[in-house]
Write a protein that binds this ligand. Structure first.
Ligand SMILES: Cc1cc2nc3c(=O)[nH]c(=O)nc-3n(C[C@H](O)[C@H](O)[C@H](O)COP(=O)(O)OP(=O)(O)OC[C@H]3O[C@@H](n4cnc5c(N)ncnc54)[C@H](O)[C@@H]3O)c2cc1C
Length: 546
């Protein structure tokens, strides 16, 4: 462990951005004795994982809205429960109204009987499907906290550790039997739709599972690569239960407030309302930053929590970067096809297919309004042609059914995660012109399933892709700092040659969702980047300045 030293005028590590990955990275570095400063542009830390009062008396998570991917090691190491984090499970997993007026309600102990109402064959396949997916998801769980092997450069001394890393990945895959290796190949390369069609014949269960392949992913469920996104979304856990999604009491901001508290307790200095304008480069080395207000701060390590395209195209002088890096990042694909709303509700939605305004299990679920994979595919085609789906996909989550800190007694807040919308509208149209129209469409879509919904809306918050970009720095509203496609994953996140959290300048590092393992409130990029920074301090590649 590195020894702590006194003196607060300079930092060993400066982190640009106080998103959850920046905070996690900071906490690990400070725990090892480094002097760490986090610089956050907004008045509040947390990035896309924050809670806000959006209507008088009603609070909700503004962007990210549900927990599963947050890594258990990060929770343990930062001791987040001691800093106030409490995550609760939903009473059931998903509720999906069907096109013919029925519904599917999944969750512990109830899924087989529910699916059997649509297909006895599908019900019989559920357990084998779940077992295989969980076995493959275990591989992902093992890989998330690993630094991907970097594309080889230099002589054997540089190559050796990368070969060892590659061998570790190979070894992990080698522990799968040949059937599971075939399955893994299918999941990495196929579409979610084709994969699910292999397993199931009835639409509702395919839609519930297929939603995970398109959530935050601007694609048809029949686009190649969506099966991998599905896998990414089932690789999480809530309180040890694999694949479950839950709710952080106080909203997603409670997670990042706990992280900020853990970081501060370890001595991290967190400065909010301090946007960084530029990375300071001297002699091919990142040596600090210049803030928007013109302040220069120096450090041995500069670590970016930003979308890598923002870092390389906006924050570093072009002449200071290799041309191939700028070229690669100019093609970095961003845009997740999402439109996010919060609504304050005077009462719970009364669904035609499962009537009742009194709180019931289905109100606590992830409510998926998209009855079939074909519907989801059409939603994507519409957005490509017109800018948004005429019949959108919505996940409705009503966290106040599990958390009484969010809304006045008897009233509720709901998150609407809506797709598909084009990151940039056709013909140069602006999202500022169309956001209210699209918000009305989302409310009408929910109202078609629960006819009391529209009248129950007391207030609403709208986040178009442009709003997400302006508020959080998410390019094209991309929730993952870059599309999660095979060409942008693992060693290629954000680019081959720099897949190990180190940037192309000495002293420059990356810790955002734009690095492995990608998007979601995971803490994993922050954890992994900290390990690499600490390793460079230990090996003398970085020298403490604080
Ligand atoms: C609408 C939406 C819904 C989502 N839903 C979920 C969900 O339910 N569950 C889930 O697990 N994940 C969800 N996600 C994904 C998840 O929130 C993100 O992938 C994750 O928050 C990324 O974390 P990060 O720390 O890498 O980056 P960010 O959270 O983007 O943080 C980056 C930080 O950098 C700051 N910054 C930017 N520019 C500067 C600058 N120049 N100077 C200083 N600071 C700067 C930003 O203000 C921000 O605080 C969702 C995301 C969105 C947008």
């Amino acid at each position: 462990m590195l020894k702590a030293r006194g003196g607060h005028s300079r930092s060993d590590a400066l982190i640009i951005g106080g998103g959850h990955n920046g905070l996690v990275c900071a906490a690990y570095l400070a725990a090892a004795g480094l002097k760490v400063t986090v610089l956050e542009r907004r008045a509040v830390v947390g990035g896309a994982a924050v809670t806000e009062e959006f209507h008088p008396g009603f609070r909700n998570s503004v962007a990210a809205y549900t927990v599963s991917l947050l890594n258990p090691k990060v929770i343990r190491d930062l001791d987040l429960p001691a800093h106030g984090l409490r995550v609760v499970e939903r009473r059931c997993a998903n509720f999906l109204p069907t096109a013919d007026g029925r519904y599917l309600l999944t969750g512990d102990g109830r899924t087989p009987a529910e699916v059997a109402r649509f297909s006895a064959r599908d019900a019989a396949h559920l357990s084998e499907y779940g077992a295989r997916l969980d076995a493959i998801a275990d591989v992902l769980r093992d890989l998330v906290l690993m630094t991907p092997p970097n594309a080889l450069r230099g002589g054997w001394r540089a190559a050796l550790p990368e070969l060892v890393r590659a061998a570790r990945v190979g070894g992990r895959l080698g522990r799968l039997d040949i059937r599971l290796r075939r399955e893994l190949l299918a999941l990495f390369a196929m579409s979610a739709g084709e994969y699910l069609d292999r397993w199931f014949e009835s639409e509702p269960i395919k839609a519930v599972y297929g939603f995970d392949g398109v959530v935050g992913n601007y694609a048809s469920p029949y686009s190649s690569g969506t099966a991998y996104v599905l896998l990414h979304h089932v690789a999480g856990e809530v309180n040890g239960k694999h694949g479950a999604w839950g709710h952080a009491i106080g909203g997603m901001g409670a997670i990042t407030q706990a992280m900020a508290s853990a970081a501060a307790a370890r001595g991290v200095e967190i400065r909010v309302a301090t946007p960084v304008r530029e990375v300071l480069v001297e002699g091919e080395r990142a040596v600090g930053v210049i803030t928007e207000s013109g302040e220069t701060l120096r450090a041995a390590a500069v670590i970016s929590n930003l979308n890598p395209r923002l870092l390389y195209l906006n924050m570093i002088a072009p002449a200071a970067l290799p041309a191939d890096v700028r070229e690669h990042m100019s093609h970095w694909r961003c845009g997740s096809g999402t439109f996010r709303m919060n609504v304050a509700l005077s009462e719970l939605p009364d669904f035609t297919c499962l009537p009742g305004r009194a709180l019931a299990d289905h109100h606590t679920a992830g409510i998926i309004l998209a009855p079939t994979l074909a519907y989801m595919e059409q939603a994507y085609f519409d957005a490509r042609s017109y800018g948004w789906s005429r019949r959108p996909i919505i996940e409705l989550v009503i966290p106040s059914t599990l958390d009484d800190t969010l809304a006045p007694r008897g009233q509720h807040v709901a998150s609407l995660f809506c797709q598909h919308v084009a990151p940039q509208l056709p013909n140069g149209a602006s999202w500022d012109t169309h956001r209210e129209t699209v918000a009305d469409l989302m409310i009408d879509t929910v109202n078609a399933y629960a006819p009391n919904f529209k009248a129950a809306v007391l207030g609403r918050q709208i986040m178009s892709p442009l709003d997400l970009e302006r508020t959080f720095g998410l390019i094209g509203g991309d929730i993952s700092h870059g599309v999660m496609s095979l060409d942008q994953l693992f060693s290629a996140r954000p680019m081959l040659g720099y897949g190990n959290y180190r940037g192309p300048l000495r002293g420059l590092y990356m810790c955002s969702a734009g690095t492995h393992p990608g998007g979601g409130v995971t803490g994993a990029p922050g954890h992994n980047a900290a390990r690499e920074v600490l390793s460079d301090f230990r090996r003398g590649r970085l020298r403490r300045v604080a």
